[in-house]
Design a binder for this molecule. Structure first.
Ligand code: UDP
Ligand code: MG
Length: 312
């Protein structure tokens, strides 16, 4: 019998986990032609998440878990889950039931009957989300798709079902700065997109603040595009040209009309403007440099403190 691994990243999910487990076992009963394995990744939760996972693991031998030594972020948690999962098919899910488990049946059918390597999901509405967040999210997708060769789908969730081949391809990408939405699209394979209406989380609250999402967006851009570097260089070039023309203009004007001392405000404005642009461009370069720095350190992406093998 083929095995399906359900990888769930959990960070402070004590309220939603019981609901999640109930729903997913219901689906596993309906998909009885498959062996199920649940891989819960505890991403350094500060509440009773680990305790709940351990209880589930004692009760149900299909429940495996990996527990981190601290919070390493969702990207690290998904990687750990994918590495730990042993199934022929692997799905990534959130613990808050925002990724409807009943879609799994349709996803599995598409992979088996229509030979897709991956079935991914995107939400077509952003109901229940602050409008300002949706606005910035839309801008982000427009921007990143212009700048990067790898296609990022607006509203794409991490929720997807993949074949072993695709999972191995993802695992072969060893980079430290992981941006999964880009990695999934980078590895290629035939992907079918399923659309669904946004579902609000069952319990608990979102772990993503606006600031965290902003940093994540910058990570996404720098991980999959070097266009910002080109833009900084172009701005530099443009300012060189402008100042060259200005120098000639000033020399000609001074030789014809002499040099009355005036124009301090405009000089200060220009200095601050150009100073600002220089700092911005250095910042952009610094962002890439920092990523290279972290990459060359070769630190592990996550550190495991405990797994189900330690207790069973
Ligand atoms: N998550 C995680 N580590 C983190 C933040 C979040 O593993 O540092 C998990 C979280 O437990 C949940 C999933 O990632 O299962 C999605 O998080 P959340 O529901 O807070 O995000 P949203 O759905 O609001 O975008
Ligand atoms: Mg959620």
């Amino acid at each position: 019998m083929k095995k399906l691994s359900v990888v769930v990243s959990c960070y402070n999910e004590q309220e939603s986990l019981p609901y999640f487990y109930k729903e997913i076992t219901k689906i596993s009963k309906e998909m009885d032609d498959l062996d199920f394995e649940y891989v819960f990744v505890n991403d350094g939760s500060k509440d009773d998440t680990l305790k709940i996972i351990k209880e589930l693991s004692k009760k149900d031998r299909r429940v495996k878990f990996v527990s981190f030594s601290r919070n390493f972020g969702k990207e690290a948690a998904m990687l750990a889950g994918l590495e730990y999962a042993s199934g022929d098919y692997v799905t990534l899910m959130d613990a808050d039931l925002q990724d409807p488990p009943e879609l799994l049946k349709e996803m599995y059918r598409l992979i088996i009957e229509e030979n897709y390597d991956c079935v991914a999901t995107r939400r077509v509405t952003r109901k229940g989300e602050p409008p300002i967040r949706s606005f910035f999210a839309r801008c982000f997708y427009k921007l990143i798709n212009k700048m990067s060769k790898v296609e990022m789908v607006d509203g794409a969730r991490d929720y997807r079902l993949m074949t072993r081949k695709m999972v191995d391809a993802i695992l072969s990408l060893k980079e430290y700065n992981r941006y999964s939405k880009g990695l999934f699209s980078f590895v290629g394979f035939d992907t079918k997109w399923l659309e669904y209406e946004n579902v609000e989380r069952v319990a608990g609250e979102t772990k993503w603040s606006f600031w965290k999402l902003f940093i994540y967006a910058i990570d996404g851009i720098t991980a999959f595009s070097t266009v910002p570097l080109v833009i900084s260089a172009l701005i530099g070039l443009m300012f060189c040209l402008i100042s060259f023309i200005a120098i000639i203009f000033i020399i000609v004007r001074t030789t014809i009309y002499g040099d009355p001392v005036s124009g301090w405000p405009s000089t200060i404005c220009i200095i601050t403007l150009i100073g600002g642009i220089q700092l911005l461009c250095i910042g952009v370069i610094g962002e890439y440099l920092a990523k290279t720095y972290l990459e060359t350190k070769n630190r592990p992406i996550y550190i495991v403190k405990e797994t189900d093998k330690d207790i069973n």
